[in-house]
Ligand binder design. Structure first.
Ligand code: KG4
Ligand code: ZN
Length: 342
């Protein structure tokens, strides 16, 4: 039974290749979390095809939303607000969720909350750790973003450093592709790396001014494979995957440690699709010691989902931050202080 003081947020997410809807209670308790992945469709093309993603979102968004409400056993009437991802992401994909959420809000008279997808990823931590509260430092590692974020408050996300070119997830996907692994490559590399040894030394992904760069690492892997092929040498894909993984992750963890020391932080969190990586999780677990708490969202909440969007939407809702019907998709939406790239 819903208490009068309980806030139910319906979250809707369609920024890339997952159509998702969820109902979250008081920003921290998942009542339902429905994710319809299009991965099987896009795998045929070796990556996400934007128009196909949009068309599939159009078909799925209403079904997924109704399922989220029914699994939560919550009527639309009992929902306090609709929260929707409006960026960053693929413009056509975002427009489906945004238009649907606007229609729903208009038809029901419920308030609409616009959510930054990346801030949503950070909020996945509140769903795993109901007692977690800012301030803390968050390592953000997704397919489109790589940054260390100072989470000063529930609505204040300041980027400390970020990638100057590719995102870490993008690098995983590209290296997987050159190794002949299917899309999305991150989980495949993760599995393969566990069978190999990090025998190939790659340069650090941390730049001289403390940001990240992944384009050089990607090129180094391609060159390694190319040179071996030219010499007719057999090279172990598992060793390449392990070497790449260490280089891709160690720099993130080292830079995170530096930030923890220099700011005397007591809590660190991780967020985004790459937060599911087993090597990253083991390196972060090693950081846990007296005085430092390490938070990692449960695996099902690392990738794109709408529960994290509903959680972020809750904090917007309680601060009266409502969107109106002029809300539009913002494909290049950034966090404060994030570097523009690409
Ligand atoms: O956050 P996310 O679901 O979508 C974006 O907002 O971008 O991140 C997707 C990325 C993909 O690049 C995928 O390959 C990567 O996360 N990923 C992983 C793992 N699982 C997903 N990368 C490394 N290891 C994993 N286990
Ligand atoms: Zn994401």
């Amino acid at each position: 039974m819903k208490k009068p003081s309980d806030i139910y947020i319906l979250g809707i997410e369609s920024s890339c290749d997952e159509t998702a809807a969820a109902v979250v209670k008081n920003g921290r308790e998942i009542l339902s979390n429905v994710v319809l992945s299009q991965i099987d469709i896009h795998r045929l093309f070796g990556g996400v095809v934007p128009e196909i993603a949009s068309r599939n979102h159009v078909q799925a968004v209403d079904v997924v939303t109704k399922r989220a409400l029914s699994e939560a056993k919550v009527s639309l009437d009992a929902v306090d607000a609709v929260a929707v991802t409006y960026g960053a992401g693929l413009v056509g994909a975002l427009l489906v969720g945004v238009s649907y959420a606007k229609g729903l809000a208009q038809a029901t008279g419920k308030p609409l909350v616009a959510v930054n997808h990346i801030e949503g990823h950070v909020c996945a931590n509140y769903l795993t750790y109901p007692d977690l509260a800012p301030p803390y430092i968050c390592l953000l590692t997704s397919g489109g973003h790589t940054a260390i974020v100072n989470v000063r408050d529930y609505e204040q996300y300041d980027v400390v450093c970020s990638t100057v070119d590719d995102a870490v997830g993008e690098a995983f996907d590209k290296v997987a592709r050159v190794l002949g692994l299917p899309y999305p490559g991150g989980p495949q590399i993760d599995r393969l790396a566990r069978q190999g040894k990090p025998v190939y030394p790659f340069h650090s992904v941390v730049t001289s001014n403390g940001n990240f760069s992944y384009s050089g690492l990607k090129t180094a892997v391609i060159n390694l494979l190319h040179n071996a092929e030219q010499r007719g040498e057999k090279i172990s894909s598992a060793d390449v995957a392990a070497s790449f993984t260490c280089a891709a992750i160690d720099g993130l963890v080292d830079r995170l440690k530096r930030e923890v020391v220099s700011t005397d932080a007591h809590i660190v969190a991780v967020a985004g699709g790459v937060a599911a990586n087993s090597y990253l999780r083991s390196r972060l677990a090693d950081m846990e010691r007296c005085g430092l708490r390490v938070c990692m969202p449960q695996l099902s909440l690392c990738g794109d989902n709408a529960a994290m969007i509903a959680s972020r939407g809750y904090f917007g809702y309680i601060n009266d931050r409502f969107a109106d019907l002029t809300l539009n998709a913002c494909p290049t939406l950034k966090l404060r202080g994030e570097k523009p790239h690409h």
